[in-house]
Each structure stands twice: as C-alpha cells, then as structure tokens.
Design a protein around this ligand. Structure first.
Ligand SMILES: O=P(O)(O)OC[C@H]1O[C@H](OP(=O)(O)OP(=O)(O)O)[C@H](O)[C@@H]1O
Ligand SMILES: O=c1cc[nH]c(=O)[nH]1
Ligand SMILES: [Mg+2]
Length: 222
C-alpha cells in the first residue's frame, strides 16, 4: 500500500519557497536542499517505531526514555545527481544509514512521449546489502513524470525486498505518485512518499509547474 505524506511543517515550507525562487543562486540553492533534507528527515522519524529504554543519569538516578528501534536498519539510496544535497541533510538524521546510489538521467533530447514518459538512462548502480528487515529511503527531489523513480524502484526491488520503502522528494506530481503506486502494487510493498509539495502538472518538456526548475542544474550547474 502507498501512503503519501505532504510535510507541511512551516520550516519545510519556508525552505521550499526559497528553492522555488528563481533568484536563488547555485550555492544557496544547494544549501537549501541540504536544509530541506534534514528537516524532512526530522519529520519522517515520526513514522519510525520507538521502544522504551531505561538510562541512568549522572545523578545516579534511573529514568525511562525512548530510542528508535530500527535506526540501524535504514538504507539511503541517492538518485544522482540531484538527490545528493537532500541526502546530505537526511544523513544527519538517519545517522547510521548504509548508503547506495543509482545514477539516472532522464533522456531529455528525445523529448517526452505522448503518454508523458521519458527514457531513463541508468549508468551506475551500487547498493549495500538490503535485508527484508530494512527500511529503504530513496532520495530524489523531483518526481515529475515519475519515469525515473519508477525505473529506480524496479532496480532496487530486483535486488531486494525491504520491509518498507520511503520515497523522499521536494515536489511530486499526481502523475508521478500514480506511477509509484503502480510499482508498489505490483510488488505488494509497504511504501510512503514524503514530499514538501504536490504540484499538479508538468509542462510540454516534462518540467513540474510551478516547480523549481531543473534541480540538478540549479544545485550543480548546467
Ligand atoms: O520524474 P521524471 O520525469 O523522471 O523526472 C525527474 C528526474 O529528473 C531529474 O533528474 P535529471 O535526469 O535531470 O538528472 P540530474 O539529477 O543529473 O540533473 C530529477 O532529479 C529526477 O531524477
Ligand atoms: O521539474 C523538473 C522535472 C524533472 N527534473 C527536474 O529537475 N525538474
Ligand atoms: Mg537535471
């Protein structure tokens, strides 16, 4: 089953607004993407299981507290290149995560097909071992036509069957959400999309509208 969580924390919405602003330059954009990743990671931990623990304070007194049960069962997979700054933020929260990368490029030269799909070129995949107890977090800020995330999900699922899959993006469209849902249903996954916004459309070139432009180019240069 697929859940979709639009993270409406004011801090997240403020950072998203910065990212949308066309006047923000490369370094500021990349730093904002790192902040977004960290803030979203913070919110995503609401969905992690807690367990009660007892600790003793320096005053020699025992007190009850909590810890995340499965913090050491998290794998973060970054979709290169635009996912890198978000991962830098997320890893501050999921500090024990093992990490993998999938290098994916939407083949924009061929254009978007009538059914709003792109060819996606996957040139490098390097994943750690993923067990069926792990939560896999896939990071790509832009879920536009969903062509890329669909291919990435299929690659990850061809090699593993994690307990949960979290897809983390800055902006998702309903079309991309539907394409993720198709894969989730095909593989009978427990999955959640976390996004800071849902923008309704893509333009004729497949860019999210209003969106924030080309996330990879804005963070790293055209
Ligand atoms: O949902 P889709 O229509 O597939 O589009 C989304 C993809 O496009 C962007 O990557 P891009 O191919 O521009 O690579 P980059 O990260 O290197 O810029 C973005 O980071 C997603 O991976
Ligand atoms: O709007 C979009 C669509 C795909 N990739 C991006 O970086 N931005
Ligand atoms: Mg790009």
């Amino acid at each position: 089953m697929l859940k979709v969580r639009v993270l409406d924390h004011p801090y997240i919405q403020v950072v998203l607004t910065t990212l949308r602003d066309k006047n923000i330059r490369q370094i500021e954009f990349r730093k904002a993407m790192v902040r977004l990743g960290r803030a979203m990671g913070f919110e995503i931990t609401r969905d992690l299981e807690l367990e009660r623990v007892e600790v003793e304070t320096p005053l020699g007194v025992k007190t009850e507290g909590v810890r995340f049960k499965d913090m050491d069962k998290v794998v973060i997979i970054t979709v290169l290149r635009a996912g890198m700054p978000m991962t830098e933020g997320l890893i501050k929260i999921f500090y024990n995560a093992r990490q993998g990368v999938v290098s994916a490029r939407r083949v924009e030269e061929k254009g978007m097909r009538a059914d709003k799909t792109f060819d996606v070129e996957i040139t490098y995949v390097r994943l750690p071992k993923i067990s069926n107890e792990d939560t896999v977090i896939i990071v790509d800020p832009m879920l536009a036509t969903g062509s890329t995330i669909r291919e990435v999900l299929k690659i990850v699922l061809s090699k593993s069957r994690p307990r949960k899959v979290f897809v983390v993006g800055a902006i998702a469209t309903p079309l991309a959400i539907d394409r993720v849902r198709e894969v989730v249903e095909e593989y009978n996954l427990d999955a959640t999309i976390y996004t800071a916004a849902v923008d309704l459309t893509v333009n004729e070139k497949g860019y999210i509208v209003p969106g924030l432009g080309d996330a990879g180019d804005r963070a790293f240069g055209e």
